[in-house]
Design a protein around this ligand. Structure first.
Ligand SMILES: [Mg+2]
Length: 232
């Protein structure tokens, strides 16, 4: 087993699908949206249109449920031939309300892990997306007490991780990032010389799909609790 003891002062944790379930709720929202538009086209047709609209809107409005609301409204508008019925629009809003305000499901092993590490490291949440939405999830998660604070990053690319390291006065090699996304949590950190622990999640967002890079500074675990003996 790789030992990382004494190597790091800070541990950075991704939030969505690392600390709490997220993508599954987006999948459920998508399924409801498909159902809502069932009279207009096939499930594949709805899905494809939504995906295209998301591609347009994410660069403009970033990630999160509000962007999903715009994407759904845009997709529905096209699928309804430019006349969006009130029933569909408010149906979309209901789907998004449920998505934005559902109770968080903390992933198995997370509390145990944070509890074990809390006296040994300064722990920071490093997430991305809509700032208000991410902060409200952080505050209502019940996990706030374990963390020094929560950083909502712009895009989790190399530049953002360099800024994160600078902000905490550490070298990029001193970053230890834990997360489920190869693209956002693993690849950029390792490219900068830092370390990453991958906690895979069975549902991966299409925008986050990427092959795992080769590096001996990547550690793969099945459950987050496996990191405890590596770190203390
Ligand atoms: Mg994640």
């Amino acid at each position: 087993m790789t030992s990382l003891k004494g190597k790091f002062k800070y541990i950075f944790f991704d939030a969505d699908d690392t600390l709490w379930e997220n993508e599954q709720f987006f999948r459920d929202a998508e399924a409801k949206f498909i159902e809502l538009l069932a009279d207009y086209t096939t499930p594949e047709g709805v899905q494809h249109m939504l995906w295209m609209k998301q591609e347009e809107n994410i660069p403009l409005f970033s990630y999160g449920s509000k962007t999903y609301l715009i994407g759904m409204a845009d997709a529905a508008m096209d699928l309804c031939g430019g006349n969006l019925p009130e029933k569909i629009y408010y149906g979309i809003k209901d789907i998004i309300k449920e998505l934005a305000f559902h109770e968080l499901h903390i992933i198995d092993g997370v509390v145990e892990t944070l509890e074990a590490l809390k006296d040994h490291y300064t722990m920071i949440v490093a997430t991305k997306g809509d700032t208000l939405e991410q902060m409200s999830k952080f505050r209502s998660s019940g996990l706030e007490k374990y963390f020094h604070h929560c950083e909502v990053m712009e895009n989790k690319d190399e530049k953002n991780y360099l800024e994160l390291a600078a902000k905490h006065d550490i070298a990029p090699e001193e970053i230890l990032m834990i997360g489920n996304s190869v693209k956002s949590d693993i690849a950029p950190v390792v490219k900068l010389g830092g370390w990453a622990i991958h906690t895979p999640h069975d549902v991966v967002w299409v925008h986050e799909m990427m092959d795992m890079p080769e590096s001996d500074r990547i550690i793969e675990v099945r459950n987050i609790r496996e990191i405890i003996p590596m770190l203390i």
